[in-house]
Design a protein around this ligand. Structure first.
Ligand code: NAD
Length: 335
């Protein structure tokens, strides 16, 4: 498939979405972004050569808006969603956006006849199914409303492929990190929170025993994998993990951040476990390698150094940013 001329990116003002939009624009794609800015920010796209008229503030559940935006679009990249910690305090709204919202985007894409619908799912759908590394054809037993709603979104995407011939590809990124990742409120992710707390000389809180593992990828690799999946003809109808294939415990992660930031005042602190937290996440990368020739380029250490550099090793900035940090951030409504 040659590069399509026009892409609609839902959630393109978010963390991964903004990196994806930057890469698409760099590769010459004509991009329109739809985002309601609940967690995203147009500032995330400040360095991207994207005109203001291509930045649409709106909701994926607005069917009339979706039909208008879909005109002339070849490829939909569907990333808009509410996250895992939000889902713990607001499961119904999570379902409304991640499942019902996904059908709305699929329905608009079906009527406009897109050449590819790239649905961005999540490793959280595997839940406690067990087995490591996790293979795409393995079981899915999500533990949170987020995981369940992402699995529902996948199921709808597949159904639209089978019932209506929408050319769907599903990717399941594992945990991503890098510039513009969320540290704030209920969107806050472990790596930016740890890095900022280490820079500020505060304690890094580990929930549970810290033995839970995650498979971390740098955001530029995740976005490149998403783009490759949309372009690869053989990926139509497929579900593909995007991860590094190696797992790191949260305890090791915290120790690594402390070592690299090297601020003597920063320490570790253990707190009770977060509900629904998964014991293990590690991607089988065989399918992404075979179908997409996808191999991560940025190692974990390189990515961590880049992120710390991006924050400028600035303890004052870190203290300031941490004003919007909430430690047990699944119990808050706003952040
Ligand atoms: N960050 C990760 O580690 C990770 C891992 C696996 C999967 N994912 C998936 O990647 C995608 C992007 O996640 P992210 O980490 O960049 O999160 P993010 O919160 O930064 O991005 C989501 C974007 O969707 C927007 N949005 C939310 N509800 C919307 C609605 N109703 N209408 C329009 N826009 C809406 C938000 O404003 C935000 O910009 C999601 O689909 C997520 O499930 C992320």
């Amino acid at each position: 498939m040659s590069d399509p001329s026009r892409a609609l990116v839902t959630g393109g003002a978010g963390f991964i979405g903004s990196e994806l939009v930057a890469q698409l624009v760099d590769c010459g794609w004509d991009v329109v972004v739809l985002d309601n800015l609940v967690t995203g920010r147009w500032e995330n796209l400040d360095s991207v050569n994207l005109p203001d008229y291509a930045k649409i503030t709106g909701d994926i559940r607005d069917e009339a808006l979706l039909s208008r935006l879909m005109v002339g679009v070849d490829t939909v990249f569907h990333l808009a969603c509410r996250g895992v910690r939000f889902s713990l305090h607001s499961p119904q709204e999570t379902h409304a956006v991640n499942a019902t919202g996904t059908i709305a985007v699929l329905e608009a894409a079906r009527h406009s006849g897109v050449r590819r619908f790239l649905h961005v799912s999540s490793s959280e759908i595997y839940g406690i199914a067990g087995g490591s590394p996790m293979r795409e054809d393995g079981p899915a037993l999500p533990t949170t409303a987020y995981g369940a709603s992402k699995l529902a979104g996948e199921a709808y995407a597949r159904a639209y492929g089978r019932s209506y011939g929408v050319p769907v590809t599903i990717v399941r990124p594992f945990n991503s990190f890098g510039p513009r990742a969320h540290h704030e409120g209920d969107a806050g992710e472990v790596i930016p929170k740890f890095v900022l707390r280490a820079l500020a000389g505060q304690h890094l809180t580990i929930f549970g025993d810290g033995k839970q593992t995650r498979d971390f990828s740098y955001v530029s690799d995740t976005a490149r994998g998403i783009m490759l999946a949309a372009k690869e003809p053989q990926a139509e109808g497929e579900t593909i993990n995007l991860g590094s294939g190696s797992e790191m415990s949260i305890h090791c992660l915290a120790l690594e951040v402390l070592k690299v930031v090297a601020n003597d005042r920063a320490t570790l602190h253990f707190d009770s476990a977060r509900p629904g937290d998964l014991p293990r996440l590690c991607a089988s990368t065989e399918k992404a390698q075979r179908l997409l020739r996808f191999f991560p380029k940025i190692t974990f250490s390189e990515g961590l150094s880049r992120l710390i550099k991006w924050y400028g090793r600035d303890s004052k900035l870190a203290v300031d940013l941490l004003k919007r940090d909430v430690v047990r951030n699944w119990v808050v409504i706003n952040g």
